[in-house]
Write a protein that binds this ligand. Sequence first.
Ligand code: ATR
Length: 272
Amino acid sequence: MISAETPVYGIIGYPVKHSLSPVLHNGMFRELKLDGVYVAFEVRDLKDAIRGLKALDIRGVNITIPHKEEALELVDEIEEEARIIGAINTIKNINGTLKGHNTDYRGFIESFKKHADIKSMENIVVLGAGGAARAIIYALYKMGFEKITLINRTKKRADSVKRQFSRLIDIEILTPTECENALRGADAVINCTSVGLKDSSTPVDVNLIDKAIVIDIIYKDTPLIKIAQKKGLKGVNGMEMFIYQAIYSFEIFTGRRVDVETAKRIIGRAQK
Ligand code: ATR
């Protein structure tokens, strides 16, 4: 029952009406019999929205496209990992102090470890150089990888990512036109671009991938994943990463952790 005391949580993004986060978080509140409601805020002016969190005593929010980087600049405190990545996807309001976290990279670690035999992997190719790519690169560093290959349309952006991570992980930069050998030798190809989200294109030519596990952080099957699977490669979409980042955000909000099978059941019910 929603009452006058029910704490409010939400997701801030633009667009955000397609988001599965409200279904999942409200399902987790119900599952644990906790008082709380989680809604979607379609926000263009992030500054006003963040100020509003304090004014309205909204207890916590997730931040999604396109605000993850700007949000980092607007909170009062930032956890170490999020500062290194340069983006936040979670804000907790602790008595008027807003603390930013990044649970995307933790979600990726869980999903990657589950689907890939990371000990046998040497050549990791990351596609993209935006905020999402930076969270994934940080996750790869945390998992112990010492070098990766980064392919991005705009070299300048890739250079800046390389500089940012120079003390943590060695990054070889290639453009999409010179990446054939890297793709053929790859053990994992991880798409962190938005290519395939709304269109039928792929960020690289899938025919050049010989043996790699192909991972997309977009939570539906993109053309990249579908073509890779058709080719006989293992293709994993971003659904599991999404579920884990939500579980970790929920834990930051409430101090309680929902197990992954329960979270999957909640999503499964919503998609029927
Ligand atoms: P996010 O925060 O989700 O990572 P972003 O910072 O806008 O979003 O980054 C989007 C990434 O997708 C970038 O690597 C971008 O490449 P550029 O740096 O060259 O812009 C990549 N991207 C988006 N649309 C693309 C397209 N049509 N072809 C190739 N790469 C694309």
